[in-house]
Design a protein around this ligand. Structure first.
Ligand code: GUN
Length: 297
């Protein structure tokens, strides 16, 4: 079997178009323009690229973008004070503090300072608690993007066996919760899992979010499985010239494509969905804050 490729780039474009349509309705019918504040601390090149992309796409869908580039010498107290200022700024519906933060700042302290209803990353403990208990919070963007692709591809997932590889707070744990809500039987595997290959072999759905280049091999995967690759690994590519890198996923794509029914590529799979879901979450946040119920996302 050769898998069908799930085109995350095209799907993300559809989500952005829907977001833009909703933003236009919010403006014309309710005089609400959703606003997203992005805070970056320091000048990490990868973070700067992500943040610039978030700002560009925010503006493209018609939302207001607020950008705060703060020096990496900022104290935790000053960063928390900035977040609290944004919490009470009515123009701002969503707040995103780009991670990682410099070592002298406790990420948890900053995340917990964000008003949960403006936490468009879905990282606040209130939002992770709501997700775990079936409540209506903000859902982290990357697992939300994976879920939307799975729903679109598979429809009803009831009773399917799902394996999530990686137990991060940002992807693995919320992904497992979302699949549980879809009535999957979920295994959350991690670096201490014994015989990962045999866990994966039993799964109808595999979500790899572990950060190990091409870990999931073709002979680990059940025939006809659906494989979602969250990995974004930059590995040395001397064949492309000195100092060059290439982007790989956590899945050995060339092998797994011969076994799976559906697979996401890297790049062009999960990556574009993350920012699209950030924009979607910002519209959700703006609607909830203005008690607008009729917008369908
Ligand atoms: N750094 C890498 N990905 C993310 C993300 O989704 N949100 C935030 N806040 N920081 C990140």
């Amino acid at each position: 079997m050769t898998a069908q490729i799930i085109d995350g780039k095209a799907f993300a474009a559809e989500i952005r178009a829907k977001v833009a349509e909703n933003v236009s309705t919010l403006k014309s019918k309710y005089a609400v323009t959703p606003g997203l504040a992005v805070v970056i601390v320091g000048e990490d090149p990868a973070s700067t690229i992500y943040v610039n992309s978030k700002i560009k796409q925010t503006v493209e869908v018609g939302m207001k973008s607020f950008h705060f580039a703060l020096p990496d010498t900022i104290s935790e107290a000053d960063l928390v004070a900035k977040v609290k200022e944004l919490n009470v700024d009515n123009r701002v519906n969503g707040i995103l503090v780009q991670l990682p933060l410099p070592k002298h700042i406790k990420e948890a302290a900053v995340i917990e300072a964000i008003a949960p209803e403006k936490d468009v990353d879905g990282f606040h403990v209130i939002n992770s608690g709501l997700l775990a208990t079936g409540g209506k919070g903000m859902v982290p963007c990357t697992p939300l993007g994976c879920l939307l692709m799975l729903q679109d591809t598979l429809g009803d997932m009831s009773g399917k066996k799902a394996v999530v590889i990686g137990r991060s707070n940002i992807v693995g744990k919320p992904m497992a919760q979302l699949l549980l809500q879809e009535n999957c039987t979920v295994t959350l595997a991690h670096s201490r899992t014994k015989d990962l290959a045999s866990e994966v072999k039993q799964a109808d759905i595999v979500v790899a979010a572990v950060g190990v280049s091409e870990l999931v091999k073709g002979d680990w995967v059940k025939d006809g499985a659906t494989v979602i690759d969250v990995g974004m690994n930059r590995i040395a590519a001397p064949e492309r010239g000195e100092g060059k890198v290439r982007l790989t996923g956590d899945v050995a794509f060339d092998e797994v494509i011969e076994k799976a029914a559906y697979i996401t590529p890297v790049p062009g799979g999960v990556g574009p969905m993350t920012i699209a879901c950030l924009l979607r979450n910002t519209v959700t946040a703006a609607c909830r804050q203005a008690s607008i119920e009729e917008i369908e996302l």
